[in-house]
Design a binder for this molecule. Structure first.
Ligand SMILES: Nc1nc2c(ncn2[C@@H]2O[C@H](COP(=O)(O)OP(=O)(O)O)[C@@H](O)[C@H]2O)c(=O)[nH]1
Ligand SMILES: [Mg+2]
Length: 252
């Protein structure tokens, strides 16, 4: 069983991508299953095979502990870790080739509380990877691009798994996609774009951050994907395979 954690900022398209990856693997003859880790979500664009909402109920937490929705979400995410044995048993019963894990809408609840990295570490001992979604509609300026890259790097530090970076919503951003691909491939082009876009103080801060990020190859191979048209999914699957299957891709 190979596990793929789908991460990214709120609204970046994690849940929709999870459903598209599920369809992609299923249509290509692989056995895929979805684990929803978002206790607060109301509707999802797929049917879950394993659902954390079967274990944790936000409304009861709000009532029982007299919490508002945000406090209850934080508590719910921490409680998930205490259900890890049950969740793992369910995953093992289903035992898919590919387990797709949709993470909570608010990524900070998952990545920056100890429960997230605990779940990533303890859900399975087999191959795992993560996909980080750069929301295409948020990274249309070079400064925003660097700030999301910083977040992606910070989350990678927290989760400790190999990560494939992708841009979503490419169907919405038109010719901006070409700029973003250029920024991601060439630090000089990105620095020039920041110089044209930002004041001196911002330029100095962002370019210093950028040099640090560049050393870690932060945006190498940023893959453009549209969850609506399906463009780029084949490239994403190829990149995931290179990590998970040492290059052996699912059959076409
Ligand atoms: N046009 C377009 N919309 C998208 C894409 N990915 C997600 N969306 C929409 O963006 C919104 C948030 O997506 P969702 O998957 O719920 O984001 P999540 O919070 O990261 O799980 C939904 O209305 C999706 O239909 C995409 O690639 N293109
Ligand atoms: Mg979601």
């Amino acid at each position: 069983m190979k596990t793929i954690f789908v991460t990214g900022t709120a609204g970046a398209g994690k849940s929709l991508l999870t459903s598209k990856l599920y369809d992609y693997y299923t249509q290509n003859g692989a056995f895929a299953a979805i684990l929803n880790l978002d206790p607060g979500v109301e509707s999802l664009p797929y049917t879950c095979d394993i659902d954390v909402r079967d274990y944790i109920d936000i409304v009861s937490i709000m009532k029982e502990y007299d919490l508002g929705p945000n406090g209850a979400l934080i508590m719910a995410n921490d409680l998930i870790a205490s259900k890890i044995d049950d969740i793992r048993n369910e995953v093992e019963r289903v035992n898919p080739d590919y387990l797709l894990v949709d993470t909570p809408g608010q990524i900070e609840l998952f990545a920056y509380r100890s429960s997230g990295s605990f779940i990533v570490e303890n859900l399975t001992s087999e191959e795992k990877t993560s996909v980080f979604l750069f929301d295409g509609s948020l990274i249309t300026t070079p400064v925003n691009f660097v700030s999301i890259a910083l977040l992606a790097t910070s989350i990678r530090l927290r989760l400790h798994v190999p990560t494939v970076n992708i841009i979503t919503k490419t169907d919405l951003i038109g010719s901006k996609l070409k700029d973003i691909i250029e920024w991601s491939g060439n630090i000089r082009t990105l620095e020039n774009a920041i110089a044209n876009d930002a004041d001196g103080e911002t330029y100095s801060l962002v370019t210093n951050i950028l040099r640090g990020l560049n050393l870690s190859g932060f945006a190498q191979g940023l893959i453009p994907v549209s969850n609506v048209t399906g463009d780029g999914l084949v490239n994403l699957e190829g990149a995931l395979s290179r990590i998970l299957n040492l290059g052996e891709e699912v059959e076409d």
